[in-house]
Design a protein around this ligand. Structure first.
Ligand code: TEU
Ligand code: CA
Length: 540
């Protein structure tokens, strides 16, 4: 009987295929490279991989602009390479999730090529087209995340089309039932090919307000400086009409119904919303008929999470959606790596990385780890000339873009890290070489060995993956909570600081757990934690 619930509390390892392993000497990672490195992933002990898009694409947004949903881009290989990848992953006990970008396509997708060719073709209504205002300006005030108006002028149709991201990423019109059918057919295509699930890009952008109403300005007190750089006023609008539309729920149900025709499939939906993200995530993952999990942005923030913040985010989510299920991440291919993002005031870099890893994997929810995170990689420093991300090029130097977290994986301590025989598409960071997999393999105290150890430890206690979570009155620098599942009751305490800290233990009978890699001292019902220390015990 397949385990339908495998996704609950699963640890999912995200692969950015361009930067994982090159096998054909063109400086770009490929599917064969992922297959060649599956042993590393299996040894880590994760449940699944999520592979960022590898479909046919002009690569304007490095694969998040798809021109054929049913084929592999020649840069990454062939469909047969993907079949081989799945077979090998399954042999090693690793599930495979693929990244479907259904909110928009590339402007090179045949659907868009046809749609823009006239106002009367068979796909005329497959994208979001609208007339200009009488003065020639765009239909409304909606903004693109990547800068400027969300509308681009098409000189053939003499109309504007909607693009929430790049102008080369036109938004599909999911109000059109034919578009929904076409997307569900793509879903089925990959399910029949044997995938175990999906990471769904920007699921809350699937629908727009049909009346194209203007978004209101966000009240100044609700503006969050960290999410709203002055150069990009996107987050100064309240996104009432360009996304998060009620019609989305029914489409997510249809998407789920197709998944449920196959055994043990799961989806994690990315909800891009800095204003109502958790609330929407809760709505999409409740009732068991839409998403299994939603990818949350809360811990991708520039500010390091304090104990209070962690407790607040988890408790808020729990309150908003008792049946909901989140998927937490500290790093991904869109943000500065957390080893750098949260490095302020940290001198023991290794201990900090280990503590954060353990905290992340102890929270209620599923977890995404981003390739290289298991090595403790920092953000790579890149020169302007080296940038490839259009978002970074657009906003440099106020915002440096996403290339610094996308540089190649480092396997060995040699030039280019064993990633490629050719010049890599983004330079390998010199600073990363000392953290290569081969070096950490040989060091039992390494960050990578800690990830392995902690994943093994976590597997031995089902409460980590499936248990309820209940926070103690948290007092910085300590964070403490209970994870409870059936009779299993686990006490978890984290010292989120660089100084020693002492935690009061509950009076219940308590059995300290081992195998997680942290050391602490118990005396008189108190536990002494070293800097960035953690303590785990079974209660009762
Ligand atoms: O990202 C969606 C999203 O919200 C991001 O745009 C994020 O706000 C931005 O990258 C700032 O860091 C997804 C993908 O993860 C991203 O790589 C794509 O560029 C985007 O969708 C468009 O498909
Ligand atoms: Ca290659």
């Amino acid at each position: 009987q397949p385990d339908k619930d495998w996704w609950r509390g699963a640890v999912i390892y995200q692969i950015y295929p361009r930067s994982y392993q090159d096998t054909n000497g063109d400086g770009i990672g490929d599917l064969k490279g992922i297959t060649a490195r599956l042993a590393h992933i299996a040894a880590l002990g994760v449940d699944a991989i999520w592979i960022s898009p590898f479909f046919t694409s002009p690569m304007k947004d490095f694969g998040y602009d798809v021109s054929d949903y049913r084929d592999v881009d020649p840069i990454f290989g062939k469909l047969e390479d993907f079949d081989e990848l799945i077979t090998e992953a399954h042999r090693l006990g690793v599930r495979v999730m693929i990244d479907l970008v259904l909110s928009h396509t590339s402007d090179q997708h045949p659907w868009f090529v046809e749609s823009r060719s006239s106002r009367s073709n068979g796909k005329a209504d497959w994208y979001v087209w609208a007339d200009s205002k009488p003065d020639g300006s765009p239909p409304n005030n909606w903004l693109s995340i990547f800068g400027g108006s969300a509308w681009a002028w098409d000189p053939t149709r003499l109309q504007y089309y909607l693009h929430n991201f790049l102008t080369s990423q036109p938004d599909l019109n999911l109000h059109n039932p034919q578009v929904q059918e076409a997307l569900l057919a793509v879903e089925r295509f990959w399910l029949e090919r044997g995938v175990d699930g999906f990471r769904l890009d920007t699921i809350n952008f699937y629908f727009h307000d049909k009346q194209l109403r203007d978004n209101p300005a966000l009240a100044p007190e609700r503006r969050n400086a960290s999410t709203a750089p002055a150069v990009n006023p996107y987050n100064y609008q309240e996104h009432l009409y360009d996304k998060n539309q009620p019609e989305n729920l029914e489409f997510l149900r249809r998407f789920r119904a197709v998944m449920d025709e196959f055994p043990a499939i799961a989806a994690v939906g990315e909800v891009g919303d800095s204003q109502r993200g958790l609330e929407i995530a809760g709505e999409y993952t409740s009732d068991g008929d839409k998403m299994h999990m939603c990818y949350a942005f809360e811990f991708l923030a520039p500010e390091a999470p304090t104990p209070e913040r962690v407790a607040e985010v988890l408790s808020d989510f729990q309150k908003a959606a008792p049946e909901g299920w989140a998927c937490w991440a500290f790093s991904n291919h869109d943000v500065v790596r957390h080893a750098s993002r949260w490095a302020d005031g940290v001198s023991d870099y290794g201990a900090h990385a280990k503590l954060l890893a353990s905290l992340l994997m102890s929270l209620r929810g599923s977890v995404c780890l981003y390739q290289g995170e298991e090595l403790g990689l920092t953000e790579a420093e890149l020169a302007y000339e080296d940038l490839r991300d259009p978002y970074g090029i657009q906003f440099w130097p106020d915002f440096k873009g996403r290339d610094g977290c996308r540089t190649p994986m480092v396997w060995e301590s040699m030039p280019d890290g064993g990633f490629s025989d050719a010049k890599p598409w983004l330079p390998v960071s010199e600073a990363h070489l000392a953290h290569a997999v081969a070096i950490q393999e040989a060091d039992p105290a390494s960050i990578m060995q800690h990830y392995r150890r902690f994943l093994r430890f976590r597997k031995a206690y089902p409460a980590f993956a499936k248990g309820e979570i209940e926070f103690f009155e948290t007092r910085a620098p300590l964070l403490g909570f209970l994870r409870t599942y059936g009779n299993e009751k686990l006490l978890c305490v984290f010292n989120m600081s660089e100084g020693r800290a002492t935690a009061e233990l509950p009076s219940e009978r308590l059995e300290p757990l081992e195998g997680h890699g942290f050391v602490s001292e118990i005396k008189d019902n108190k536990v002494n934690l070293p800097a960035w220390g953690a303590f785990f015990a079974r209660l009762g």
